[in-house]
Design a binder for this molecule. Structure first.
Ligand code: NAD
Length: 249
């Protein structure tokens, strides 16, 4: 299916894991892709991979916590592609897995900055051209941790809960402008984030998933594809679980 032909997508965190899979999935379905990430080396490779699928692609090296860089990134995409149709905010970090009383202030601020401020800045930068175009699709990658609050992952859980609230608020601001904004809440997906979990944390998280396995990046990409496609027309401001049956609300 090439229903995204002619669409321009920005995928943050597009070098690795879930973001990379989303970038490739949207490219497979026709979209040209701006890969946005802090990882320069992998970034060029990711853009090359998209080009090898016959789509246009640029890599933009950006720290999503920096407003000057994010603003320049969106200006660059507009110059290069003339428009932006889709934004997927997948850049994120877990931070330390320690009790709150051992959590450093610097680590807490960094996790909040990447996961929450980064999402805010990227949405703030694309929303103006989307309002001018009177169309747009945004998906923010939250987490089940934001709904449940994972112990020992305070800043991560807090930032992802905030991304859910942020998404609901923005969606309602632009609901009449043909801009659809949703977020997703994956449980553990097999990526390096999952690999970085300790054995004990891994087992605890696995035991909570009724399907008895971690998710695949391709499964997340399929959900995101639906949310950014023309098939998704009457759902906005929602948080979509992708959790093997774990989410109960
Ligand atoms: N893997 C999981 O189990 C899981 C579960 C729920 C939610 N998530 C969320 O999914 C998203 C992707 O996770 P993943 O598992 O693919 O992680 P990952 O570490 O494989 O990929 C994250 C990407 O974000 C980039 N990044 C990090 N900080 C950045 C910054 N300041 N500016 C720009 N780019 C930056 C990294 O370079 C990397 O390419 C994250 O938001 C994560 O919180 C992951």
């Amino acid at each position: 299916m090439e229903d995204l032909l002619g669409k321009i997508s920005i995928v943050t965190g597009g070098v690795m894991g879930i973001g990379r899979e989303i970038a490739l999935r949207l490219a497979r379905d026709g979209s040209d892709i701006a890969v946005v990430d802090i990882e320069k080396e992998g970034g060029q490779k990711a853009a090359d991979e998209v080009r090898s699928m016959g789509r246009k692609s640029v890599f933009l090296e950006v720290d999503v916590t920096r407003w000057d860089q994010v603003r320049a990134m969106v200006d660059g995409v507009l110059k290069h592609f003339n428009k932006v149709d889709i934004l997927v905010n997948s850049a994120g970090i877990v931070g330390p897995i320690v009790p709150l009383w051992e959590y450093s202030v610097e680590d807490w601020d960094r996790v909040m900055a990447v996961n929450l401020r980064g999402t805010f800045l990227c949405c703030k930068a694309v929303i103006v051209p989307m309002l001018e175009q009177k169309s747009g699709r945004i998906v923010n990658v939250a987490s089940m941790a934001g709904k449940e609050g994972n112990p020992m992952m305070n800043a991560y859980s807090t930032s992802k809960a905030a991304v859910i609230g942020f998404t609901k608020s923005l969606a309602r601001e632009v609901a009449q402008q043909n801009i659809i904004v949703n977020c997703i809440a994956p449980t553990v997906i097999a990526t390096r984030i999952a690999d970085s979990l300790g054995e004990e944390q891994r087992e605890i998280l696995l035991s909570k998933i009724p399907m008895g396995r971690f998710g695949k990046t391709s499964e997340v990409a399929a959900l995101v594809k639906f949310l950014v496609s023309e098939e998704c027309t009457f759902s906005t401001g929602q948080c979509y679980d992708i959790s093997g049956g774990r989410a109960v609300y």
